[in-house]
Unconditional design. Structure first.
Length: 487
């Protein structure tokens, strides 16, 4: 029986209350272990440890030394690649092929990338004449914000956690991480890495727990937390923003989405099918950037629906270690109930079920896992629940369109604005669409292709702020102007 303890001040500790909760494998609902549930006591201790580290060696450490240590963190993650892979796969149930290609290597790379950015980012300098005939020099310096609360999602646990911890530490901050209660393993394992490479105690802290009246609420409302970064659903983001308003603490949010995919008749058909199949079904649809609304130009609509149906039905559900596995389970039984409720709504609202819509037959113990079928619908109005609301499962609705203006209006008709993917070989049209869709990220003839130096974030109810490259530094540091007057 595994025990997932808090990591506070460089030590693994249980909850003062002794409270725990279960961590179950979504593949077969088997018990992985017990997770210590943190409360106010653990949050107080973690924030105090982080505050002390800011005043200690970490706060005095030159940026070159910090960068060296973060490179060592990445190297140690890669040295223990198999340990991180096993932990991530057990928590999420995702295929090993995906986790070994994306989650673990990119989780490690985040430390190196941001360590290199902080060493090379410039600030500004201005000379000015003073009223008394003298001169003055103004220059800016970047200072860390302090203690950062990092509240993480469960869909890409290591990658999205280090996407925030990497730049926070590179900038000289300390962190208190609250992993999702569904995926505690890799955040805990990272504590071992921090100790191994010599990261000072208190720089990286982990407190496990739930949201309301638990670690999440106590951390985000703590007055000694200087900033909060969160990836997750919009409703939770609103609650965190309300907590952050007390003390006027800055927030960085990547929130929900109802992303559109747009396919024009002149698109490379096979490439578009590949791209939409990935964006709709990869990671069992549990990707913030995934596509749940697909709009296809009418001349190729029927052909596209038929081809995507073939792709969806070819995705074999199975255990992570099987190379033939094309799709894993959802994260939990609770989330499966939510996704299946939307499958039922689509049917009740009159959808044509092209494929899926239920639960696959799984052998033996796998029958107890959180499995659902990849699902495609057509025939629903834009007002339907599954067209309006984020589902976060392996499903999409496909509708035809006739003109560029029409599809832009359809894509923008949502309170969200995270991303879109557009498929066309018309370069002028690609640029026009990219400029008109109200999103933070627009892919043309691709999906999930990321240069980590570029700005990333959502518009409207999909988020606040931008991360990536120097854009992360705008959140994790404060610019201080120094004005020196001289004769």
């Amino acid at each position: 029986m595994k025990q997932f303890l808090h990591f506070i001040g460089g030590a693994f500790v249980p909850s003062d209350s002794g409270k725990t909760f279960e961590n179950r494998n979504p593949i077969d609902n088997s018990l992985i272990g017990l997770v210590s549930e943190g409360g106010r006591t653990e949050v107080e201790a973690a924030v105090a440890a982080a505050r002390a580290a800011m005043k200690g060696p970490w706060g005095k450490m030159p940026v070159t030394k910090r960068a060296e240590l973060l490179h060592a963190v990445a190297d140690e993650i890669n040295r223990r690649f198999d340990d991180f892979l096993a932990a991530e796969v057990a928590d999420t149930g995702k295929p090993m092929a995906m986790a070994s290609h994306i989650d673990i290597p990119r989780g490690a790379a985040n430390f190196k990338m941001f360590a290199d950015v902080i060493k090379n980012v410039p600030t500004e300098t201005f000379e000015m004449a003073t009223p008394d005939g003298g001169e003055a020099l103004n220059y800016a310096i970047r200072k860390p914000r302090g203690v950062i609360a990092v509240v993480c999602p469960w869909n890409l646990p290591l990658l999205l956690m280090t996407w925030k911890v990497g730049p926070a530490l590179a900038c000289g901050n300390t962190v208190v991480v609250k992993p999702s209660e569904e995926t505690p393993a890799t955040a805990t394992l990272l504590g071992e890495v921090m100790n191994k490479v010599g990261i000072p105690k208190g720089v990286y802290n982990v407190v496990h727990g739930l949201g309301p009246d638990s670690a999440g609420e106590f951390l985000t409302s703590h007055r000694d937390v200087d900033a909060i970064t969160f990836t997750g659903e919009t409703r939770t983001g609103q609650a965190i923003m309300a907590a952050a308003s007390k003390g006027l603490r800055p927030v960085s949010f990547e929130l929900g989405g109802k992303n559109a995919g747009i396919v024009f008749a002149d698109a490379d058909f096979e490439a578009a099918i590949d791209g939409i199949a990935r964006s709709s079904f990869v990671n069992c649809g549990q990707v913030c950037l995934g596509t749940e609304r697909v709009y296809v130009e009418r001349p190729i609509f029927d052909k596209f629906v038929a081809a995507l149906k073939v792709r969806a039905e070819a995705m074999k559900p199975g255990v992570p270690s099987d190379k033939a596995t094309g799709i894993g389970p959802l994260i939990s039984q609770e989330h499966r109930s939510k996704v299946l409720s939307y499958y039922a709504k689509a049917k009740a609202e009159g959808a044509t079920i092209v494929t899926g819509g239920g639960v696959p037959d799984m052998p033996g113990e796998l029958a107890s896992g959180a499995w659902v079928q990849p699902t495609i619908w057509t025939g629903l109005p834009e007002t339907a629940s599954v067209v309006r609301e984020e589902i976060f499962g392996p499903c999409c609705h496909i509708a035809p369109f006739d003109s560029e203006d029409e599809v832009v209006a359809l894509a923008n008709d949502t309170p969200y604005g995270l991303c879109t993917t557009v498929w066309t070989q018309n370069l002028g049209r690609a640029h026009r669409i990219a400029g008109q869709i109200d999103v933070g990220l627009c892919w043309i003839n691709s999906w999930f292709l990321r240069d980590l130096r570029t700005p990333f974030g959502g518009s409207k109810q999909s988020g606040i702020g931008r991360e990536g490259g120097v854009h992360s530094l705008e959140f994790y540091t404060e610019l201080r102007n120094v004005c020196i007057k001289y004769a």
